[in-house]
Design a protein around this ligand. Structure first.
Ligand code: NDP
Ligand code: GDR
Length: 324
């Protein structure tokens, strides 16, 4: 019998990448998506898997809808990737973010507990939990210090997972994933905003790129590798939370330089600073130590920073040239 997985947030970057990964492993994949007036399946179409995923409507804020999905499909594994995931917007929409990103995962945990408590649950935690970092690099034992409504909400969900594991002996765990990017990244995130702009400027469709804080440093990895780590966590004998990261850090400025250079452009001619894009509180430096994941999951990052930038620039150049 094929294993079954429910992936929430299947229309997002990670949901689409994970669905592709699980299908290749022979899983039956139920992709949970929220209804909107305009269909948003471009990532599943880009990966050529839209028809292979069984799409089920639900909303993370509506526990009844998750209970119904659990009762109908009784999945072996649930990957809860759905969230209001944009840190910048969380400052202007803190309550929506708290409801979706903080309380939403508790709806999933409760639905699993009530309907099929032996289902294994993965929760998408984040390096944003480290925020104002208390040590460098950050590992599973580093104290948290969230710096945004998004991170505060994720912290609530993170501890809810620990609590369900300890209270009900459920197999649930969180991956504390550092930033991971790909050509499927949303355009609001800085990497994709940069690679898309570089491609559009190169093709004469745009003449400037406004950015906020260029000095923030992130540990950027390649998304298709990170979804494998999610799966590995649910295949272990015992549930445990893991940091997933590359162990290298780069500034936004370095990302801009590399991306514009890959597009054959001098970034200084096009990039302007926009103070409205600075955040009320910033996470200045993230760099992860994923040695526990390497030891216990056998997981190691494969794609370097410069390879990641090239993959993203190439994909955006192709996309833009097809439209131009
Ligand atoms: P995206 O923003 O690309 O995707 C988020 C998904 O959540 C979308 O499918 C979105 O649906 C869905 N969603 C949002 N609100 C609801 C809701 N109320 N009900 C149902 N679905 C909803 O995020 P990523 O794929 O990049 O990230 C996946 C998860 O991992 C998120 O939880 C994110 O916070 C977390 N994370 C991501 C990291 C990264 O670097 N990418 C690093 C660490 C953690 P719709 O398409 O309709 O908007
Ligand atoms: P982040 O990603 O906040 O780390 O969260 P994002 O790409 O939005 O920001 C990274 C850094 O770049 C700076 N920055 C800008 N950011 C955006 N979006 N737009 C700009 O114009 C801009 N200029 C500078 C930001 O200030 C920040 O320092 C991502 C999300 O995927 C989360 O869901 C996830 O949990 C974390 O990564 C790990």
């Amino acid at each position: 019998m094929a294993k079954t997985a429910l992936v929430t947030g299947v229309t997002g970057q990670d949901g689409a990448c994970l669905a592709k990964f699980l299908l290749a492993k022979g899983y039956r994949v139920y992709g949970a998506f929220r209804r909107s007036s305009t269909a948003n399946f471009w990532r599943l179409e880009y990966l050529g898997i839209k028809d292979a995923v069984s799409l089920v409507p639900f909303d993370l804020q509506d526990m009844g809808s998750i209970v119904r999905v659990m009762k109908e499909f009784r999945p072996d594994e649930v990957y809860n990737l759905a969230a209001q995931s944009f840190v910048g917007v969380s400052f202007s929409q803190p309550l929506v973010t708290a409801n979706i990103t903080g309380l939403g995962p508790v709806n999933v945990l409760e639905a699993v507990r009530l309907v099929k408590p032996d289902t294994r649950v993965y929760q998408a935690s984040s390096s944003e939990l480290f925020g104002k970092v208390q040590e460098v690099p950050q590992n599973e034992k580093t104290p948290f210090y969230p710096r945004s409504p998004y991170a505060v909400a994720k912290l609530y969900a993170h501890w809810a997972v620990v609590n369900y594991r300890e209270s009900y002996n459920m197999f649930c765990c969180s991956g504390i994933l550092f930033n991971h990017e790909s050509p499927l990244r949303g355009l609001e995130f800085v990497t994709r905003k940069i690679t898309d702009a570089a491609a559009r400027i190169k093709h004469g469709l745009q003449d400037r790129l406004a950015l906020g804080n260029l000095e923030a440093r992130r540990d950027w990895g390649y998304a298709p590798e990170y979804v494998e780590a999610m799966w590995l966590m649910l295949q272990q004998k015992d549930p445990r939370d893991y940091v997933i990261a590359t162990g290298a850090t780069h500034s936004v400025r370095e990302f801009v330089e590399a991306a514009f250079s890959a597009a054959g452009l001098d970034w200084q001619k096009y990039v302007v600073s926009d103070s409205t894009l600075f955040r009320p509180a910033e996470v200045d430096l993230l760099i992860g130590d994923a040695s526990l994941a390497e030891k216990e999951l056998g997981w190691k990052p494969q794609t370097s920073f410069s390879e990641l930038v090239e993959i993203m620039v190439r994909a955006d150049m192709e996309r833009v040239s097809q439209r131009a």
